[in-house]
Design a protein around this ligand. Structure first.
Ligand SMILES: Nc1ncnc2c1ncn2[C@@H]1O[C@H](COP(=O)(O)OP(=O)(O)OP(=O)(O)O)[C@@H](O)[C@H]1O
Ligand SMILES: [Mg+2]
Length: 467
């Protein structure tokens, strides 16, 4: 938790007393020192959020104290108190890293306001720092990163699934990370020493798919010149990943159903039955229930495969992940590392966050790769982005359009929609929302007030605020 302790340094006992009383009244913790030496001692021992220094103190002055503080306690906020006559000294102190100054004699409200303002700013910075430090474990699972609450729930789900053998059905649009999720389950779990065998069911016509999955014995059909072990058998002890399961024909579904139920296979052209023991994870970008309804999928097969369904949200529904993903991509790309490209301009980032990403993370990866090639400096600018990412509006946005409104009212509604959505996603977190929107927290507060949005209303995922 953030300390709200304040250190007052002034040689004038009256002012020390006055400030201490004032701060105590407002429930801040206060320590006081009469000279720089004592101040440094206190700073070493305790954790302070703010130092209030008189410009003229014995031993040294407020400016050199500020300088020392900046070197050793870079996170401490500093306010300088100065007589009206020595404003220039205060300006110098600010140049040395003080956050603000107040002239004597001061008004109570003036100093309280300055204090509150600075501490609030510190708190925001602390929060950002904290989030950054949590990045490695809280924002990622296996090779997946995200700052979206729904994704975090999915990470926990993947983690617990890795500890058992349940059949998992991963659903998500193309490029959302279905295979990555499947690998996460396998490689975090106890089967990780055995194989992860992936097969793209859409890549083979039925007859070949059967041979791929079940294997065959020599002479099973023309061209079967040697025994071949199938993917199912290969995955024994490990995980079988059935990608694009929606493309499996009805007869093949029946064959797979038997494998899932009996955990044994019969090779083509063979008369041997082989026991298999693999974990099955399937992936699809179609709604399988609809396929059952339309007769494209056997109901019994659906229930066998859909034991634990997992939904990966599309990138447009977690657009706050874009900066994080881009950061990862730049970090992992050899060319951007070599050229020292570590970030995007705000404008470029905004363009990426305004796009609807039909190809999801895979598409984002392609865009970043192409942008790296087009970038001459160390920052990727909006002009470096290939065409698709510069497209602005998304079809999702088009739904709520009402062109009968006056422009001003229309824009107001869009802004309110936007803020509600982002606040909800961040569970009412103002600093996260401000960061996402690339506006400062004060502006966000003002806008929230104007739209009647309260952060408390967004604390729970099903927040009560109307959007
Ligand atoms: N959360 C994530 N963090 C980092 N990288 C990700 C994340 N999700 C996906 N990726 C990357 O995006 C790309 C697409 O992921 P993946 O192949 O798992 O998606 P998919 O859903 O299987 O796609 P498709 O439907 O096209 O097969 C991969 O390069 C993967 O590493
Ligand atoms: Mg895939």
């Amino acid at each position: 938790m953030l300390t709200q302790r304040i250190l007052v340094v002034d040689d004038d006992p009256l002012i020390r007393r006055q400030l201490q009383d004032l701060y105590n009244e407002r429930n801040y913790e206060v320590d006081a020192a009469a000279c720089a030496e004592d101040a440094l001692e206190l700073l070493q021992a305790g954790e302070y959020a703010l130092g209030v220094f008189d410009l003229k103190i014995p031993g040294t002055d407020g400016i050199s104290l500020t300088k020392q503080v900046r070197e050793h306690w870079p996170d401490l906020a500093v306010v300088i108190i100065t007589g009206y006559a020595s404003i220039r000294g205060a300006v110098e102190a600010i140049r040395q890293g003080a956050d603000d100054y107040i002239t004597k004699p001061f008004e109570r409200e003036e100093i309280l306001l300055a204090t509150a303002k600075i501490l609030e700013k510190r708190k925001l910075l602390d929060e950002i720092d904290y989030l950054r430090s949590q990045l490695s474990d809280r924002y990622s699972f296996a090779n997946m990163v995200s700052r979206n609450p729904q994704m975090h729930e999915m990470f926990s789900m993947l983690e617990s699934l890795s500890q058992n053998d349940a059949t998992v059905m991963i659903h998500g649009e193309s490029g959302t990370g279905k295979e990555l999720a499947a690998r996460a389950i396998h490689f975090q779990g106890r089967r990780k020493a055995s194989r992860f065998v992936a097969i793209n069911c859409a890549a083979f016509p039925d007859s070949l798919l059967e041979a791929e999955l079940f294997g065959y014995e020599r002479g099973a059909f023309t061209g079967a010149v040697a025994d071949r072990i199938g993917k199912i058998e290969l995955s024994t002890g490990g995980t079988l990943f059935l990608d694009e399961i929606e493309s499996i024909s009805l007869p093949m579904q029946l064959k797979l159903l038997r494998v899932l139920e009996q955990r044994e296979i019969e090779k083509l052209g063979g008369n041997r039955v082989v026991k298999v023991n693999m974990r099955v994870i399937a992936a699809s970008n179609r709604n399988l229930q609809e396929m059952v309804a339309s007769g494209e999928m056997r109901e019994d097969f659906f229930y066998r495969i859909n034991v634990v369904p997992i939904e990966i949200p599309p990138l447009r529904d977690r657009i706050e992940d874009v900066p994080l993903l881009v950061h990862e991509m730049l970090k992992n790309n050899p060319l951007s590392r070599e050229r020292g490209i570590s970030r995007l301009s705000n404008k470029a980032l905004q363009a990426l966050m305004g796009y609807w990403w039909p190809g999801n993370i895979r598409e984002l990866g392609n865009v970043i790769e192409r942008s790296i090639l087009r970038t001459s400096g160390q920052v990727i600018k909006d002009v470096d982005l290939p065409g698709n990412a510069n497209m602005q509006a998304s079809p999702a946005m088009a739904k709520s359009r009402d062109y009968e409104l006056p422009l001003k009212e229309y824009l107001k509604r869009v802004e309110r929609d936007y803020l509600s959505a982002v606040l909800r996603r961040n569970r009412g977190g103002v600093s996260a929302t401000a960061k996402h929107a690339l506006i400062d927290a004060a502006t966000l507060h003002r806008k929230m007030k104007a739209h009647g949005l309260k952060r408390e209303d967004f604390r729970t995922p099903a927040g009560g605020a109307a959007s």
